[in-house]
Design a protein around this ligand. Structure first.
Ligand code: T4K
Length: 382
């Protein structure tokens, strides 16, 4: 990649997976092949489970084959019923995980700064059918975990966090997986830490471990007893091995992303009507999962969609996470809580957000500089 505002030769996507060294992977695979044990919670799985628990500074972890199944397992393990208050500003998996448990998502508006669920709006959404709050740590920025817990305690509700974007986020040094009753992490290829596909639940209550293991393994207790209608959500040995290698790369990748962040920030700070979506809380250390900006069309003179399409002319594929809002999906738009009047902040955000390509290798060949120059050109010159 050259420092230029000409078109990139190869497409630049919003994410690039962090992949392990092939020789190291080959060594790991030889070990697995020799053991002839490739699935069903073998040694690689056990080791990854331990290392993730340590890395995320949490008490308990259960691994899953993807984040969506992990979220589905969380609602099931906590025996949720009726309605769950959640955000429309998220990936489809968040409300879908509820519906697969026969729960009704109730969409609550978000706060305009970090775009996480707005605790000031939660109480008015509570009904006698409400059993939980499911918040999303959007772009790795934490929800207001203190206020959400206060509300949950007052109304006796469970709290699940979708931390698909927040691997490694901490508040005052405390791992983000320590808040609420359960926290889900996604290990999809597009995430800072990945097992190609994978996920985990972290939780304080050790008693949930047996139940989660049943849920993810067909409900099998032993060779003769199947005690519940579980599903299959086991992470296999090959993917666990990939995870063990990628985990060693996470801190270095984060450092590189911090540099990319600074390169983008320098340009964004000088553009009228463009702002980085970030937490204002100084005690937070972010996961550096996304670089999201908001484009205020009136102040900046360009709409987010104009910028999104213009970037394509340079072979750069930004993404509008999260547009459309989940509350606008065909399967949810008829819910009372999906009414536009209920979600003004989320509606506006979904028109304005744009995620720029964000990964460490953009430091090579001035990739990050080129993208920031393109951003400036697209905004200033159109
Ligand atoms: N909750 C939240 C808040 C989430 O964001 C997600 C997932 C989940 C729950 C569910 O977790 P998982 O069940 O996935 O573990 C992508 C990811 O597939 C999805 O995991 C992620 N969120 C979401 C935000 O982004 P798409 O539909 O945008 O993916 P796709 O295929 O368009 O990929 C995005 C870009 O990444 C492409 O332009 C190219 C690049 N890419 C992608 C893959 C898979 C690569 O360069 N290499 C690759 O291998 O959902």
């Amino acid at each position: 990649m050259q420092l230029s505002i000409t078109k990139f030769e190869k497409p630049v996507y919003v994410f690039e997976p962090v992949l392990p060294d092939l020789n190291q992977l080959h060594e790991k695979l030889s070990e697995i092949w020799a053991s002839k044990y490739v699935a069903n919670m073998g040694p690689q799985h056990r080791l990854l489970n331990e290392r993730i628990t340590e890395f995320l500074k949490v008490s308990n972890t259960t691994l899953f084959s993807n984040g969506t199944l992990a979220l589905m397992a969380a609602s099931r393990a906590l025996d949720l019923e009726g309605e769950v208050i959640t955000t429309p500003f998220t990936f489809a998996a968040t409300p879908h995980s509820l519906v697969w448990n026969n729960l009704t998502p109730v969409f609550c508006d978000i706060n305009p700064v970090d775009l996480t669920i707005n605790p000031a709006r939660i109480e008015e959404m509570i009904t006698p059918r409400t059993s939980a709050i499911m918040g999303v740590h959007v772009y790795g920025n934490p929800c207001d975990v203190v206020k959400i817990q206060e509300i949950a305690d007052k109304y006796n509700l469970k709290v699940i966090y979708d931390a698909a974007h927040a691997f490694g986020t901490t508040i005052d040094g405390i791992g983000i997986g320590n808040f609420g009753d359960m926290t889900m992490f996604s290990f999809h290829a597009t995430k800072l830490f990945n097992t190609i596909e994978g996920g985990a639940l972290c939780y304080k209550d050790e008693q949930l471990m047996d139940k989660l293991n049943l849920i993810k393994n067909f409900g099998i207790k032993n060779e003769e007893e199947v005690v519940m209608a579980g599903f299959n959500a086991k992470l296999n040995e090959v993917q666990s091995a990939v995870g063990l290698l990628v985990l060693d790369m996470v801190e270095e990748e984060q450092k590189k992303r911090m540099k990319v962040f600074d390169i983008y920030k320098e340009v964004v700070d000088r553009l009228d009507g463009v702002e980085i979506v970030n937490t204002s809380d100084e005690s937070v250390h972010s996961s550096y999962q996304y670089f999201a900006i908001r484009i205020d069309a009136e102040r900046c003179g360009r709409t987010r969609d104009e910028v999104y399409h213009k970037f394509k002319n340079y072979n750069v594929f930004t993404r509008r996470y999260f547009y459309p809002l989940c509350s606008d999906f065909e399967c949810y738009r008829d819910l009372p809580s999906s009414a536009v009047a209920n979600l003004p902040v989320a509606k506006q955000a979904s028109k304005e957000v744009l995620c720029l390509p964000f990964y460490g290798s953009l430091l090579e060949n001035n990739g990050a500089e080129s993208i920031s120059h393109i951003l400036r050109k697209v905004i200033v010159d159109g």
